[in-house]
Design a protein around this ligand. Structure first.
Ligand SMILES: [Zn+2]
Length: 140
């Protein structure tokens, strides 16, 4: 059973290689408990699953939020082959996971990915505050 942080990152990197071999983008991630035991693994399946959100970090964040109690989630670390993207970072924050350890940084990935990055889609708002607040007010 791997327990050294670099062994856990190497397992995430191996999952990234598995994703690439299967025809998907090369990214892999896992969740480990405080003792270093692996409790869940995922790899990218955006191509083979025809799902733009099928990043391993997002799949694991959803799994953790569904399957782990808050204390267990907070004691769980995500090890991932690459720094999580903005989509996954938002999901990880909502999942209650306690920590993320990554191998490649965003900057290092950009150096390996010519023309990488995503366009900024224009957003317009706010609008219709009096109407839009009605279903929200009192919910929280
Ligand atoms: Zn992502």
């Amino acid at each position: 059973m791997p327990s050294h942080p670099h062994d856990l990152l190497r397992r995430a990197i191996a999952l990234a290689a598995e994703a690439r071999a299967a025809g998907d983008p090369p990214f892999g991630s896992l969740l480990a408990g405080p003792d270093g035991a692996v409790i869940a693994e995922e790899r990218n399946t955006t191509v083979t699953g025809a799902d733009i959100s099928a990043h391993p970090e997002l799949k694991l964040a959803r799994w953790a939020a569904r399957e782990l109690d808050p204390a267990t989630a907070a004691a769980t670390t995500m090890y991932t082959s690459c720094q999580p993207c903005q989509m996954c970072t938002g999901a990880i924050a909502r999942s209650g996971l306690g920590r993320v350890v990554y191998a490649l940084s965003d900057e290092q990935l950009a150096g390996l990915k010519p023309g990488g990055g995503w366009p900024d889609v224009p957003q317009e708002g706010p609008a219709l505050y009096a109407e839009a607040r009605v279903p929200v007010e009192g919910y929280y």
